[in-house]
Design a protein around this ligand. Structure first.
Ligand code: MLT
Ligand code: ZN
Length: 464
């Protein structure tokens, strides 16, 4: 869409100054954190109300203009990239928490509310919003819903899906739907709210979300444990899960720790270096819980699964231990890593990781491979750093074959090619490794029902 007359029409639908077409804005709002695409939107529009969103979608239908939703743009699958002349719809000005219901423990959010803003709001009310990840300071609730964001507390609290009590959406046809009316029990047929969660804006745009809040956790305590090999991590998980209600169980390799320590602003957990580390967290609500954790640690040491470990004794120590895991992604981002976000059921993790590790290092011994992730959920992040000797293009060409091997292995283990980062454009050509042709057929039929003109984030999840 380059017709200036269309831009003039678009300007009549929102407040003055809320359509931008300058090069800087197009470049900023036309992309997310995925680094392999060149942004090329025609315009950015900033609605301030549900009515304005509806007017934009209706106009786009008439004019057959493609729309791309834009939140905090922290996505890693190019679901918020506009590379084909689309109009980007930014929710930056729909960023208010509209109401709070103490009895229901819910907060009604506009889509542009930042995740950390909702977390802080909940804390101010003596409550807790448990979906958490490193980019929570920038990501927006609408984007979290669009990708069904996961993060570091999924083992206890589940994904964003679990926290959405109700949604208002504008469908691709421009209809405003109120889905589930914030009810806990509602047995009236299809739960269409769930369809819009994880749909990456391909069915419609979330314009309001009622988010559930939870009681605050008490005395969160973290342990970092060094393991002699990867296979020891799973029995450690099992041993701790038997004794404690874990709020997190993450892992990272020693190579990741190297990168974190090179920063110079995060202390090492302990002196011993081991090939892998597990980071677990639990509520030490009583002294007995902490004692149980220590006894389990000793049991793991006696079994030979753990070599060294540390338990946080203060909030500061808790934060420092979390930095070892949470800072990995941003610390390596300047190396333009090849990233993958894959999952299998927990019991299959060791064989799955060993298979992929062997294929990658067997074929590309010069690749620096970093493993970390949410291992308690069976979710692994495979990151490969570009060797100095290779250009970016040469590196990503080689990574195309890595993709193939990784996704063939995912298929073999009945896993997912995207555990929490979404499909977007980066994974859409590989969807058949995780979803059957029949399933994809039904998904396309659902898209056609809500978005018959194919204007809602086209080219994401499926090719156009
Ligand atoms: C993480 O777990 O750190 C995030 O999903 C980001 C990443 O995978 O790099
Ligand atoms: Zn992650």
């Amino acid at each position: 869409m380059t017709d200036p007359a269309l831009i003039d029409e678009l300007k009549t639908l929102v407040e003055p100054g809320k359509v931008l077409t300058d090069a800087d804005s197009l470049n900023t709002y036309g992309k997310d954190w995925t680094k392999h695409y060149t942004p090329a939107p025609t315009a950015i529009v900033f609605p301030k109300s549900v009515e304005q969103v509806q007017a934009i979608v209706r106009w786009a239908n008439e004019r057959k203009v493609a729309l791309v939703p834009s939140g905090g743009r922290t996505g890693l699958s190019a679901a918020a990239v506009a590379a084909n002349g689309e109009v980007v719809v930014s929710f930056d000005y729909m960023n208010q928490i509209l109401s709070f219901n103490e009895m229901d423990r819910t907060a009604v959010c506009q889509p542009g509310v930042i995740t950390a803003q909702l977390q802080q709001f909940a804390e101010d009310k003596g409550l807790y919003y448990p979906v958490d990840f490193a980019s929570s300071g920038s990501s927006q609730i609408g984007g979290n819903i669009g990708t069904n964001a996961g993060g570091i507390k999924v083992i206890r609290y589940g994904m964003t899906r679990n926290w959405v009590a109700g949604l208002k959406v504008v469908t691709g046809k421009g209809d405003l739907l109120e889905l589930n009316k914030d009810l806990t029990k509602n047995a009236t047929g299809y739960d269409m709210r769930q369809l819009f969660i994880g749909a990456e804006g391909t069915l419609g745009f979330v314009v309001e979300a009622t988010m559930r809040l939870e009681r605050q956790p008490t005395n969160l305590t973290a342990m970092v444990l060094g393991t002699p090999d990867f296979d020891s991590i799973m029995p450690v998980l099992h041993a701790f899960q038997d004794k404690l209600d874990l709020t997190a169980f993450e892992f990272f390799s020693d190579k990741c720790l190297d990168k974190i320590l090179e920063r110079g602003d995060v202390p090492a957990p302990f002196e011993t270096r081991t090939p892998f580390y597990a980071l677990l967290e639990f509520e030490a609500t009583t002294d007995q819980r902490a004692e149980q954790a220590l006894a389990t640690f000793e049991h793991c040491v006696n079994e030979g699964w753990v070599v060294d470990g540390v338990m946080s004794q203060s909030d500061q120590q808790l934060q420092n231990l979390w930095k070892l895991r949470e800072y990995i992604s941003e610390t390596i981002s300047h190396r333009t890593p090849y990233k993958n976000d894959i999952s299998v059921t927990v019991s299959k993790v060791p064989a799955f990781l060993a298979d992929i590790d062997a294929i990658v290092s067997g074929n590309y011994p010069d690749f620096e491979v970093l493993w970390y992730g949410h291992i308690g959920d069976g979710n692994l992040h495979l990151n490969i750093l570009k060797p100095e000797a290779l250009s970016k293009d040469e590196f990503f060409d080689k990574c195309a074959s890595v993709n193939k091997w990784v996704f063939e292995t995912v298929e073999k283990y009945n896993g997912s090619i995207s555990a929490e980062h979404g499909v977007g454009m980066t994974k859409r050509d590989y969807l058949t490794y995780s979803r059957s042709e029949a399933e994809i057929g039904y998904m396309k039929a659902i898209k056609a029902a809500f978005d018959p003109n194919g204007i809602m984030n086209p080219g994401k999840i499926f090719a156009v």
